[in-house]
Design a protein around this ligand. Structure first.
Ligand code: NAD
Length: 499
């Protein structure tokens, strides 16, 4: 049994709290490692080290900092297979999907290589007679990030790449379910030339999170995970005077108009609903066909595609469509919710219950489920299931479909499938959801745009990556300067324009 560590001051450091979390191979159900769960004292120690290392890094010119990220990109590409394998082993997703997880993080690192451009300040020559005014973006100091299990490579990189590029030190508290890849990323950053102490990985649970939230040295906290925890972290972090951005859960609707290409829509739904076993914050979990005829045609196309899905361990190679869910508890929760769907009157069109895989009977596999005739009062509609369960809610009209998505408390992503430009345009303009796909089921913005939902899917005002990241990880200082030759005689007592 492997005992994992923290990564502090460039060293693997054993946990001293005496508390550990089990890390599973979800495909076999075996405990493969123990992750140390940090005490408050261990978090405080890591913050002290980070605070000592940060000033020199903050004073390093941005181009040199960017060169570390440039080298890091090379190392990520060099170790892509190794990272993907470690990720699949603890998370359960397929190898190509795990490589995609690394790749979508890498793309944000690439974007952050442009930090010198993004950090350029503003300058006004002659804001008054002999007066110049300029503003600069300076690092915050020590920043922290708390990340979920479902993207253990991508989301840590979305946070630490811009934070470090801006000259901060960073404390990463990854998910205790799959902490190996974050530790590997920290090692690679050091190999890329990052000075020790600037990227610390502190494994842990609520105790470590609370230690971060109450640490006065930490200036900003980024969080990605479920909505109740996002709300808690936002409230506590803000009350403690920190800059906080929290990204929460989702319930993403895909609207299928009668004029959509039904084969394309069905292919899109199968990938977006069941890929990564539905454990994506941008997964489509609700299909909303408009009109009964559209619904019947869609279901007819979906059923054979879903029945053909290959569910298996990542070791079975590229033809596996999705793997197990992350823990036995996640599996039990999905099964419980499926049962509520049946009890509350939804029609289970594809029944994935009782799914078992020969040789992997103890793995956390869940067969694919498709529900029809779901209504908004049902638990399977209201709750984020985070599993391979797609619910169909039939809408009588486009307006009804739009209203349904708008009335849901979550607002991460959504999509519309149609051939009609007017409808697509109207949808994109009116919908109260942060990321919108037009004939694109998972509209995750690229690194140079920003990522973020609306409503209960987000707490805070700046999005992840893109230009917003450079705002989140810096603060603005504005200087008004006049040289002695421009100074007038005597004091000035009135607040007035510069003349
Ligand atoms: P989670 O909320 O259980 O855990 C996220 C992090 O919070 C982990 O690091 C965990 O250790 C910590 N945590 C858990 N319980 C805590 C508590 N009581 N107090 C303090 N910290 C606590 O989420 P998860 O299960 O790891 O991830 C799945 C969730 O993340 C889903 O809801 C998914 O939609 C969401 N997610 C959202 C986005 C987004 O960008 N909006 C992206 C990925 C995942």
């Amino acid at each position: 049994m492997q005992e994992l560590t923290h990564y502090i001051n460039g060293e693997h450091v054993k946990g001293t709290s005496g508390r550990f979390g089990d890390v599973y191979n979800p495909a076999t159900g075996e405990v493969i490692a123990k992750a140390p769960l940090a005490s408050t004292a261990e978090v405080e120690k890591s913050v002290e080290v980070a605070a000592a290392a940060q000033p020199a890094w903050g004073a390093t010119n941005p181009q040199r900092r960017a060169r570390v990220l440039m080298k890091f990109v090379d190392l990520l590409n060099r170790d892509m297979d190794k990272l993907a394998e470690a990720l699949s082993r603890e998370h359960g997703k397929t190898l190509p999907d795990a490589a995609g997880d690394v790749q979508r993080g890498l793309e944000v690192v690439e974007y952050c290589i442009g930090a010198p451009q993004m950090l350029k300040g503003e300058f006004t020559d002659g804001a008054g007679p002999g007066i110049d005014m300029y503003s600069m973006r300076q690092p915050l100091g020590v920043s922290a990030g708390i990340t979920p299990f479902n993207f253990p490579a991508m989301i840590p990189m979305w946070m630490f790449a811009p934070a470090l590029a801006c000259g901060n030190a960073f404390i990463l508290k990854p998910s205790e379910r799959d902490p190996s890849v974050p530790l590997m990323l920290a090692e690679l950053m050091e190999e890329a030339g990052l000075p020790k102490g600037l990227l610390q990985v502190v494994n842990g649970d609520k105790e470590a999170v609370d230690a971060i939230l109450h640490n006065p040295v930490i200036q900003s906290v980024g969080f990605v995970g479920s909505t109740p925890i996002a709300e808690y972290i936002y409230g506590t972090g803000c009350a403690n005077g920190k800059r906080v951005q929290c990204f929460g859960g989702a319930k993403n609707h895909m609207i299928i108009m009668p004029d959509a290409d039904m084969d394309q829509a069905a292919d899109a739904l199968v990938g977006a609903g069941y890929g990564a076993a539905g454990e994506r914050c941008m997964a489509i979990s609700v299909a909303v066909p408009v009109g009964d005829e559209t619904a019947d045609r869609l279901i007819e196309k979906l059923v054979p595609r879903i029945e053909k899905l290959k569910v298996g361990p990542y070791t079975d190679g590229n033809d596996v469509d999705y793997g197990p869910v992350v823990t036995a508890a996640a599996k039990a929760n999905i099964e419980r919710l499926v049962q509520t769907g049946i009890d509350q009157g939804a029609k289970l069109v594809v029944d994935g219950r009782g799914f078992s895989l020969q040789g992997y009977e103890d793995g956390f596999f869940v067969g694919p489920h498709l529900f029809d005739n779901v209504s908004p009062d049902m638990d399977i509609y209201k709750t984020e299931i985070f599993g391979p369960v797609l619910s169909t809610v039939r809408a009588g009209s486009y307006e009804e479909a739009l209203k349904l998505a708008m009335d849901h408390e979550m607002g991460n992503g959504t999509a519309i499938f149609t051939r009609d430009g007017d409808t697509a345009r109207d949808f994109a303009s009116r919908i109260n959801i942060g990321m919108v796909g037009v004939n694109v089921p998972i509209p995750v913005p690229l690194a140079y745009h920003t990522f973020g939902g609306w409503k209960k899917s987000v707490f805070g005002d700046l999005n992840q990556h893109g230009p917003d990241a450079f705002k989140f990880y810096t603060r603005t200082k504005t200087v008004t300067a006049r040289w002695p030759s421009g100074l007038k005689e005597g004091g000035e007592f009135h607040f007035k324009p510069m003349d």
